[in-house]
Ligand binder design. Structure first.
Ligand SMILES: [Zn+2]
Length: 118
């Protein structure tokens, strides 16, 4: 683990093979221990999905804030190609006119959409 990282949790999951503290394989800043293979495969499948799929009519964006806008860029790109953006975010839910904003937590937002569709 990088010397600059801090962990505030009091109990940690451990590797079943070697007993070392396990970590989620998510990319942190300056994280040189992250294993990119699985994410690269997922990205490849997602890129293929986007090129092979019928033009989507809507994109749901859940909990993507402005601090690390990577996911916002994805939904904004899809919105620019003509689909409606539905942004669910309790703090930064603003969207341009023509799109939809739900200032809720992700599960609350999904349940609210489900209640309208039911
Ligand atoms: Zn291990």
């Amino acid at each position: 683990m990088n010397g600059n990282m801090t962990m505030r949790a009091k109990s940690f999951p451990h590797c079943p093979r070697c007993g070392a503290v396990a970590r989620p394989n998510i990319l942190m800043f300056c994280d040189f221990a992250w294993i990119s293979r699985r994410s690269a495969e997922q990205q490849h499948r997602f890129d293929h999905f986007l090129t092979a799929a019928v033009q989507p009519t809507a994109v749901l964006e859940l909990g993507a804030g402005k601090a690390v806008p990577t996911i916002r860029h994805l939904s904004e790109g899809l919105a620019a190609s003509g689909c409606t953006r539905i942004r669910i975010n309790p703090r930064e839910a603003q969207v341009p006119s023509g799109h939809h904003s739900l200032p809720l937590r992700a599960l609350e937002g999904l349940r609210s959409i489900e209640s309208v569709l039911a």
